[in-house]
Design a protein around this ligand. Sequence first.
Ligand code: AMP
Ligand code: MG
Length: 421
Amino acid sequence: MISVEEARERILAFFDRLPAERTALLSALGQVLAEDIVAPFDIPPLDNTAMDGYAVRAADTAGATESSPREIRVTADLAAGYVLDMPVGPGEAVRIMTGAPMPPGSDAVVPFEETDEPLRGVNERPKRGDTVRVMKAAGVSANIRFQGEDVRAGQVVMPAGRVLRASEVGVLASLGLTHAMVYRRPVVAILSTGDEITEPGQPLQPGRIYDANAFAVAALVTKYGGVPRLLGIAHDTIEDLTAKLREGFDADMIVTSAGVSRGDFDVVKDVLAREGAIDFWTVRMRPGKPLAFGAFSAPGGRRVPHLGLPGNPVSSMVSFELFGRPAIFRMLGRSDWERPVVRAISRDEIRNVDGRRFYARCIVSRGEDGRYYADLTGPQGSGILTSMSEANALTVIPEDLAMAHPGDEIDVMMLDWEHAP
Ligand code: AMP
Ligand code: MG
């Protein structure tokens, strides 16, 4: 048996970052930048006001208080999106809205709240030629956002290698960009195997079950930034399996489920051995002991990596989390595939019988004392997929720990911080 780490290293050694391509910003979430982004201009492009108020000369407001306001004459109104060339002279103010560029001559903004404007009726707002009373002194630069304070022209705003999150997409858009060079998303072909497996939507014959794995794995592929391609369901015959697998030879990776254990009809391994070079491993983990990994030899000499997941739905999902996700991340150019592992207090007794690492499904939540607690989701059979649905984390019970008692601190691997049922 090999360790989880060794299996993952052997798998990762097979994958490289995919080529970069120009991609529309809205499609690039979670992808990795393949170029440095250099700012073509300053952001903000001009000094502008951070508040609705009056652009003034700060000196004109010196000493202003509620009991001794300063009267200043309003010369113009300025909305965001417009530029005023007329200078603000001594004793003058421009009524100005958030985001509007500072008019020449002004060096501070007095917010409406610090003038008598709110005390007047809606229809008595100061207009051009009126005076406004300033009731608080403004310091030079008050409430101004300065040109280039966020980004300077010529600066590398975002280096190659950065993962695009919502904020990066926003920054790129603020530079006026519509597209970015990012490493391509991997196409992952997914094939379920087994005579008993039926496509959802079809009538269910006695003895058969619906295909859960292809859908769960496809959803994980999407979630982790790949593009799933469902190849359907192959019968447990060498002919059918070979034909269906070949349909996935143009993908960046093929993922199959089932057929890798020791049953009579577990033919996945036979096909793999004929069509490529394959390792079969038993990995020191529970669930998910049997795992196949290798590569098919496709026409043209291309080698198509293959991850053969176990058939039990929980095993298949956990194995994909541990081995498929890092492979997708590597192809995307991401190295942040390590899951956050936190310490939590187990509320259950967890038995770990046979020297494997035990990834039990659990719910991690924060107690009133601010510490994390882990509750098992109930029966841990690897066919019980609802246990995966209830969980937001997996325990990481080490190979050499036979038992965790209630109250013991254990490691838990977070799958989903947002969703704590
Ligand atoms: P196998 O590895 O072929 O022995 O399958 C192990 C278990 O997983 C069996 O109970 C299968 O019926 C079940 N199984 C295999 N493939 C799927 C699938 N796509 N969806 C749901 N269960 C499956
Ligand atoms: Mg089977």
